[in-house]
Design a protein around this ligand. Structure first.
Ligand code: PLP
Length: 354
């Protein structure tokens, strides 16, 4: 039976990417050797890295705009501290929109003064704070574009002269934005790009070199950029698979095309959540994420029935995060509109039964 994978992360990747990646594990580029048993300095792998880096810049529309893309290890969680290590001299602003923002704040506090410019903690992060003011003299403002756990997404980014740093782990390459408004973007691969183990960092070159502290080589963006993201052995399989996904996305029409499909998927599920009395949405309507739809049953007694119907339909991975409860349907780039349709059918069957 076909599985419909709504997992929040690690999560669904395109079938053709999985197929090509598994072929390369056995025989990379017809070399008779596996991708994971050859030198990362070999011509074939260097090409993979260059291709992955330039595809990222190209898809984001940042060619010729002074940005570098690198693939690092340590997940997005490592970026919580690396961003502060490299950019925070005195004071930075953070918008607190959930668990991931809070973790980023905790790390950054080790490097300087942190101003929480806004927070939605009072409502367990079911909305995006708006109308907050951005104080003078910040080294940067840190945002989380999509809150994977709570199902909220920033739709409009602040218009400010302060450099913007954005954790885009769960919605990078999913929607059309002017990416040049950001000075640094980071994203763990495992939500829209590839397997866990690689983290994409896109940095505007002129934002670096402004802090006075010494930075250890492995944590220094400049070092990784100057070595073309090959300062040490990169996570070769994760980078290769990410490259395949980026190629897949480019062939599918890039971000503009996927954005349209993601919008359709989101409309389909949210209109069901809004119209079906068996369910209620978690996130504030205007802030709802196109990637992660969070919702609850209006009557918890229906849980066993709903879970059984989902299982029967091949629906996988829709349990909500423990800090929210209920359900979460993650609809990353590789998830088809058809899969969302299958979930929506099960939801309407619940209404008929209820
Ligand atoms: C998953 C996630 C993280 C954590 O990523 P790791 O790679 O596990 O460190 C951080 N931020 C956001 C928005 C996420 O969705």
């Amino acid at each position: 039976m076909k599985k419909h994978n709504f997992s929040a992360g690690p999560c669904i990747l395109p079938q053709e990417v999985l197929l090509k990646a598994s072929e390369a594990i056995m025989d990379f580029n017809g070399s008779g050797l596996s991708l994971i048993e050859i030198s990362h300095r070999s011509k074939d792998f260097v090409e993979v890295m260059e291709n992955a880096r330039s595809l990222a810049i190209e898809l984001l529309g940042l060619e010729g705009k002074g940005y570098s893309a690198i693939f690092l290890q340590g997940g997005a969680s490592m970026q919580f501290l690396m961003t502060a290590y490299n950019l925070l001299e005195k004071k930075a602003g953070y918008l607190n929109t959930g668990t991931w923002s809070e973790k980023a704040i905790k790390e950054a506090k080790m490097f300087g003064e942190i101003v929480e410019v806004g927070s939605s903690k009072d409502e367990n992060f079911n909305y995006i704070p708006k109308g907050y003011s951005i104080p003078e003299g910040l080294d940067y403002l840190h945002l989380t574009s999509n809150n994977t756990i709570f199902g909220t997404q920033i739709k409009k980014f602040p218009n400010t002269n302060v450099p913007l740093v954005c954790d885009m782990s769960s919605d990078i390459f999913s929607r059309q934005l002017d990416f040049s408004q950001f000075d640094l973007i980071y994203a763990g691969a495992q939500k829209n790009m590839g397997p866990a183990g690689a983290t994409l960092v896109v940095i505007k070159d002129d934002v670096l070199g402004k802090v006075s502290r010494q930075i250890p080589s492995m944590l220094n963006y400049q070092v990784h950029i100057s070595k073309d993201s090959m300062f040490n052995t990169p996570p070769v399989f994760a980078v290769y698979t990410s490259m395949l996904t980026l190629e897949w996305l480019k062939n599918a029409g890039g971000i503009t095309a996927i954005d349209e499909i993601n919008e359709k998927k989101a409309q389909l599920i949210y209109s069901e959540i809004d119209l079906n009395p068996v369910f209620k949405g978690y996130a504030n309507k205007e802030d709802r994420s196109n990637m992660n739809a969070t919702f609850n049953l209006t009557d918890d007694k229906l849980k066993d029935t709903f879970d059984a119907l989902c299982k029967e339909a091949g629906i996988n991975g829709i349990n909500g995060h423990r800090s929210v409860g209920g359900y979460r349907a993650s609809m990353y780039n590789a998830l088809s509109l058809e899969s969302v349709g299958v979930l929506v059918d099960v939801m309407s069957e619940m209404e008929r039964k209820g």
